[in-house]
Design a protein around this ligand. Structure first.
Ligand code: FNR
Length: 362
C-alpha cells in the first residue's frame, strides 16, 4: 500500500481532500469557535518529557490489562457515529483494522452497521457505546442487546445531553443522508417527550424528561449485564460520583471538542480526575491524540489507555481498513519509539515524574 500517507498529519490532510465538504464538516469539525477542539491538541504539547537514559529496556512491551481485556497496546478506537459515510465498509472495516493491530474499539450507538456484523469482522470490537435511551427500561434493554451480541463492556456517554452548536456543519448543510441510521437501536421505543407548555424551553424539557441523573446511572451500573464505563467526565467531583455510582471506568473526554466549546481540554482535566479516583477504577482519556508521544503524555498524567477518534476517521476515509490499520501502526510505533527514547520499558514505567506540565491535580 505504497500510496498510503506516511504520517497522521498527512492522513488528516488527505481526508479533508477526499471527503465531501459536508461530511468533512461533520467528522473533522468541532463545536462553536472550535476553542476546545484546538485546546485538546495544544495542551498536550504543554506536557514535556523528562527522558532518562541508559535504562535497561530489555523485554519492553506496550501490553496491559484493562477492564477484563488483555491488550497489546493502550490505543483504542473511540466510538464514532456513521462510519459508512467515510467508507462503504464502515465500522466493519474499523473492527477488522483494530483487530489486525491487536487492538480494540468501541462501537457507537449511532453506528451505521449491525453490531453482529461488526463483531464478526473483528473480535477487537469489545465495547458498545450508548447514550441514555429515554428511560431505565429501554436503556437496560439496549444493554442486554449489546451483551447478547458479545460485547464485554458498555460505555455510557454522559457529556452530550443536547448536541453542541456546530457552526461548520450548519454552514456546510450537513444532514445524515436518506437510508443512514443508527441500525442497532432499531425496535427500541423512541424517547417520549412531554408536550411543551407556553414559555417552556424545548432544550430543558428534553433534559428533564428523557435524560438520566446520577441515581439513574447508579441503577444502570447495578442492573447492567456488563460493566459500565462513563465517558465525558471532566471534573474530579463527577469522577467521584461515577465511582460511587458503580462505574467500572472513567473516560476523561470532551467529546473531541464537539459538544461544549470552551470546556477544559481533556489532558488538562486528567490529573485532577486521576487524583480524585485514586486508583479505584481505571481512568482513560481522549481528545487530540495525534502522535505516539501524545499517548505517552496521557499515560504519564495517569491515564491507563487512550481513545482516538478523528485519526481513525482519517484512515478510513483515505484507505478503508488498510488506512485505519496503518494509522494505528504508526501510533503504536511512535509510542514504542517514545518509550525507548524516554527510558521506559513498560507502560508502568511511564510515571508522573517522567514529564513536566502546567496542569494542577485539582
Ligand atoms: C465522535 N464521538 C462520539 N462519542 C460518543 O460517545 N458517541 C458517538 O457516537 C460519537 N460520535 C462521534 C462522531 C464524530 C464524527 C467524532 C469526531 C467524534 C467522540 C469520540 O468518541 C471521541 O471522544 C473524540 O473523537 C476524541 O477526540 P479526537 O481523538 O477526535 O480528537
Amino acid at each position: 500500500m505504497s500510496e498510503l500517507p506516511g504520517t497522521l498529519a498527512e492522513y488528516a490532510q488527505r481526508a479533508s481532500e477526499v471527503l465531501s465538504p459536508d461530511t468533512a464538516a461533520y467528522f473533522l469539525g468541532g463545536a462553536g469557535a472550535e476553542v476546545t477542539l484546538a485546546q485538546n491538541r495544544c495542551d498536550l504539547d504543554r506536557v514535556s518529557i523528562l527522558p532518562q537514559h541508559l535504562r535497561d529496556l530489555r523485554g519492553g512491551t506496550t501490553s496491559l490489562d484493562l477492564i477484563g481485556q488483555r491488550m497489546a497496546h493502550p490505543i483504542i478506537a473511540a466510538p464514532m457515529a456513521f462510519q459508512t459515510l467515510l467508507h462503504p465498509d464502515g465500522e466493519c472495516a474499523t473492527a477488522a483494522a483494530v483487530t489486525a493491530q491487536q487492538g480494540h474499539m468501541a462501537l457507537s450507538a449511532q453506528a451505521s452497521q449491525p453490531m453482529a456484523d461488526v463483531i464478526a469482522s473483528g473480535p477487537g470490537c469489545v465495547w458498545f457505546q450508548m447514550y441514555w435511551h429515554g428511560n431505565r427500561e429501554t436503556t437496560l434493554a439496549l444493554a442486554h442487546r449489546a451483551a447478547a451480541a458479545g460485547f464485554k463492556a458498555l460505555i455510557l456517554t454522559v457529556d452530550a445531553p443536547v448536541n453542541g452548536v456546530r457552526d461548520g456543519e450548519i454552514a456546510a448543510g450537513f444532514s445524515p443522508p436518506e437510508g443512514l441510521g443508527a441500525v442497532n437501536l432499531n425496535g427500541l421505543p423512541h424517547p417520549q417527550f412531554a408536550p411543551l407548555h407556553e414559555g417552556e424551553s424545548a432544550i430543558f424539557d428534553r433534559i428533564a424528561h428523557v435524560l438520566p441523573r446520577w441515581d439513574d446511572v447508579a441503577w444502570l451500573c447495578d442492573q447492567s449485564p456488563l460493566p459500565i464505563i462513563l465517558k465525558g467526565i471532566l471534573t474530579p467531583s463527577d469522577a467521584l460520583r461515577g465511582v460511587e455510582a458503580g462505574a467500572a471506568g472513567i473516560i476523561v473526554s470532551n467529546h473531541g471538542g464537539r459538544v461544549l466549546d470552551g470546556a477544559v481540554s481533556s489532558i488538562a482535566a486528567l490529573p485532577g480526575v486521576v487524583a480524585a479516583v485514586d486508583g479505584a477504577v481505571p481512568v482513560l482519556m481522549d481528545g487530540g491524540i495525534r502522535r505516539g508521544v501524545d499517548v505517552f503524555r496521557a499515560l504519564a498524567l495517569g491515564a491507563q489507555a487512550v481513545l482516538v477518534g478523528r485519526p481513525i476517521a482519517h484512515g478510513l476515509a483515505v484507505g478503508g481498513a488498510h488506512g485505519v490499520s496503518h494509522v494505528l501502526r504508526l501510533l503504536r510505533d511512535e509510542l514504542e519509539i517514545t518509550m525507548a527514547l524516554a527510558g521506559c520499558a513498560t507502560l508502568a514505567d511511564i510515571t508522573a515524574d517522567r514529564v513536566t506540565h502546567p496542569f494542577g491535580a485539582a
